[in-house]
Design a protein around this ligand. Structure first.
Ligand SMILES: [Zn+2]
Length: 54
């Protein structure tokens, strides 16, 4: 995909939030990032706006 160049230019968002862009970039490097819900501790394998559990 041609978005790799854009990913390298934008770099880190700096706020520590798992964005789709970071998640996709990590996945490309072989790391599957997850996100844990602060409400119910439900863990998802992809960043979502809302928890699928609660
Ligand atoms: Zn939850």
């Amino acid at each position: 995909m041609s978005e790799t160049e854009e990913l390298e230019r934008s770099g880190d968002d700096g706020d520590g939030v798992l964005t789709y862009r970071k998640w996709a970039a990590a996945l490309r490097e072989g790391t599957l990032l997850g996100q844990e819900c602060s409400e119910c501790r439900h863990v998802t394998a992809a960043p979502k706006v809302a928890c699928a559990q609660c």
